[in-house]
Design a protein. Structure first.
Length: 185
């Protein structure tokens, strides 16, 4: 963990000096320097004092880098093709267990195969941004329009089809604890 680096970054962003931190916390400048250079690990009580002085939650200082805010700018999105229809999939963001994707379905296109709908571990939430779609999971099916949403457990075979005359856009959030289902679409 780079707690010291995080403290230094926050301190500099807030235009504070080490001396100011030390004045409020009662810590020595030498000790704070060692903390910021990751040469010593402060106690939780000391971290709490530093966090209070910096006006940040203690929990933020304890986050690993991969747990912090992950920014994906529109121009930097990873774009892939998926399925038989080569659907355009824009990967908006992801955490360890949660992914968000924007999927474009041309008229008549569907996710998966109509004869063999796909299934995988995890849960999905779909939000229809644009167009009209039909969704099927097992024996359940429904039609959806712009602004509608639905969710399901993805271990049951399912498919989504564009039933409109224009390209449909669906925002999909996928939760899965398994690494195997990370790139199913």
């Amino acid at each position: 963990m780079n707690i010291g680096s995080a403290i230094r970054t926050i301190r500099k962003r807030k235009k504070m000096t080490i001396a100011q931190i030390c004045e409020e916390t009662g810590l020595s400048q030498g000790f704070m320097s060692q903390v910021e250079n990751n040469k010593t690990s402060p106690s939780i009580a000391t971290l709490e004092s530093i966090a209070n002085t910096l006006k940040v939650p203690l929990a933020y200082l304890l986050l690993r880098q991969e747990e912090r805010m992950n920014i994906v700018r529109k121009a930097e999105r990873r774009v892939t093709q998926s399925g038989i229809e080569n659907l355009k999939v824009e990967h908006l963001s992801s955490t360890k267990n949660l992914q968000m994707r924007l999927v474009e379905l041309p008229p008549g296109a569907l996710t998966g195969d109509a004869d063999a709908p796909h299934a995988h571990e995890g849960e999905e939430v779909h939000f229809v941004v644009k167009g009209r779609i039909y969704a099927e999971q097992g024996e359940d099916s429904a039609e959806f329009e712009e602004g509608d949403s639905f969710s399901w457990n993805a271990c049951t075979p399912h498919l989504v089809r564009n039933i409109g005359e224009e390209t449909a856009i669906v925002l999909i959030s996928i939760y899965s604890e398994s690494e195997q289902s990370k790139d199913f679409m």
